[in-house]
Every structure is written in C-alpha cells, then in structure tokens.
Write a protein of this length. Sequence first.
Length: 150
Amino acid sequence: MEVKGFKAFLPGLKTLEQNMILEVGKSYHTNQNVEFGQSGFHFCKRLEDTLHYFSNYHSPIDICEVVGFGTVVEGFHDYYGYYDLYASSDIQIVKKLSKIEILNIYKELLEKSYWNYERIARFLKYYPNLSEQDYQYLNIEKGSYKLHYY
C-alpha cells in the first residue's frame, strides 16, 4: 500500500521520533515492527494534522510532502478528531514545502471554508510564527477561526 501525505520536521528535516535528519528525494526504511504511536515513520494525510505533534514548538518547522509505503498502519486520535494518521516502514521525502506553498493550500481551502472550517482553524492555531502579513495574504483576521473541542 502507498499513502501520500505530509510530515513535519524540526528545522533541517530532523525527525521528532527517531532524531534522524532526512533528505528530500530520498527514501528511508526501518526494520522495526511498525506500530502507530510507537515505531515507524509517522505522517498525516492532512498537513494541519502534522502540526498537532509540534504544538509546543514556537520556532520554524519544515513540512514535506511524503509517500509512505511498505507496511503502513493507520491510526487516529478520536477524542481530538484527528484521523488519517499513519506510520510506515518506508517513507519517501518528495518535496519540502515553502511557506508560500503552505499558505496557498489554506488560501484555497478558505475559498471553500464552510466545509473546511476545522482544518483551517487547526492550521491557524498550530502553525508557528504566522505573521500579520500571512493573515493579510490569506485575507482573514487573526482570531477569526476558533477550534471546536469535542
């Protein structure tokens, strides 16, 4: 099985889980038993969900498009409404996204905001260091999207 998604990193593509530094264009493999929340390469189907794991970091982070393959295990955090979370034995780092590419993903979602309110609210809450210029680019006011807790 092959799953496309996003993975957030500490600056320099340093992983949170294995403390490894990965490179764009390369694939990686682990021989560990893949278990969501424990082992394997973790990533999310939706970019904003990757930010949940970096909510305590207030410095820039790197976000990449990835493809998980090999053994792929799906997970979720039902209480918080996070679904389509994955751990895989293999991962390819496809592309590092620039800040403008990330903002453009959410600018497009804002055009359909009725259906994407929670996605946008998560992004705005957890993406570190959004500037006033970023909010202007997105054409929204700071604080206009609030997370709903279930």
